[in-house]
Design a protein around this ligand. Structure first.
Ligand SMILES: Cc1cc2nc3c(=O)[nH]c(=O)nc-3n(C[C@H](O)[C@H](O)[C@H](O)COP(=O)(O)OP(=O)(O)OC[C@H]3O[C@@H](n4cnc5c(N)ncnc54)[C@H](O)[C@@H]3O)c2cc1C
Length: 252
């Protein structure tokens, strides 16, 4: 939006980000802010809006680790517009109407590895399941959901109760792993797990633990909260597992 404002002829004074890092894509910071000389102020927030009939200025302050404004750091930026970025969550009205169980973390449906929701015959994929940064992942997910829905209609995908599935949970440094359940038996030998890191990491290892024992390790040069990441586990490893946890291990 900052870049679009510049392209439309406006002058953008600053982007103010409360986190100490960008929660967006690195290429967006580069192509939308740096390329247009738009400053981004991290660990900062707008604490006051000035003006009676319309915006005349905003007061920006730095925040501490608890995201609380630090007294003495306030400064005014003259402007006539304040644009608020509120983030994205899945549009889940249809899921709610259908009685599908929703995740408190992703705000989308809770699914198993076939992308079937808690309601038999309803499958979920794309941004209605969890917010994606890249449409390529959406395509893969939608192909899988479509294939499984077709199988289900033909009677080739028996319903597996959640109690017979292995629960998948978020471990250290990870949030919103999808799917949240894995069937012990299935058509695909590799089960992909999608997640976002809780914070930026450099040179780290993503581990998949089965009942507390690490079964899969994958090294990443960079993990960023704005970018969805993916690890896979062989279904054959899951035969006797009671729980699956995905976590980030920082190399020292
Ligand atoms: C600002 C922004 C920039 C992005 N830039 C990129 C990029 O550069 N490259 C990239 O790969 N990805 C990008 N993405 C991500 C990508 O756009 C999404 O991940 C992808 O579009 C999600 O696809 P989807 O089909 O799940 O959802 P959507 O593309 O949102 O499609 C869902 C459709 O369903 C319709 N709909 C909703 N409710 C109903 C209903 N009740 N009945 C019928 N229809 C309904 C909606 O109107 C919409 O058309 C960007 C996303 C955003 C928000």
């Amino acid at each position: 939006m900052a870049r679009q404002f510049v392209l439309e002829g406006a002058s953008v004074e600053a982007v103010v980000e409360i986190l100490p890092y960008s929660s967006g894509l690195a290429r967006n910071i580069s192509q939308c802010l740096e390329d247009f000389d738009i400053p981004i102020h991290y660990s900062s927030t707008v604490i006051n809006i000035k003006g009676r009939k319309r915006v005349e200025a905003v007061t920006v302050a730095q925040v501490n680790r608890n995201r609380k404004p630090v007294p003495g750091t306030e400064r005014d930026i003259e402007c006539d517009t304040l644009l608020l970025s509120a983030g994205l969550i899945p549009e889940n009205e249809l899921s709610k109407q259908a009685g599908v169980e929703l995740s408190r973390i992703t705000k989308g449906a809770v699914v198993d590895d076939t992308l079937q929701t808690s309601v038999s015959g309803i499958f979920s994929c794309g941004n209605v399941l969890h917010v994606h940064d890249l449409v390529d992942h959406v395509t893969l997910e939608s192909e899988s959901a479509g294939r499984n829905a077709a199988l289900w209609v033909q009677g080739g995908l028996p319903d597996t109760p959640r109690s017979a599935c292995i629960p998948v949970s978020d471990g250290d440094g990870v949030q919103g792993v999808v799917p949240q359940y894995i069937r012990r038996t299935g058509e695909d030998e590799l089960v992909p797990l999608m997640f976002r890191p809780r914070q930026p990491y450099k040179r780290c290892t993503v581990c998949i633990d089965l009942d507390g024992t690490t079964a899969v390790r994958k090294k990443f040069l960079v993990l960023a909260p704005g970018e969805m990441s993916r690890v896979s586990i062989k279904r054959s490893l899951l035969a006797k597992a009671g729980s699956v946890t995905v976590r980030v291990e920082v190399q020292v």
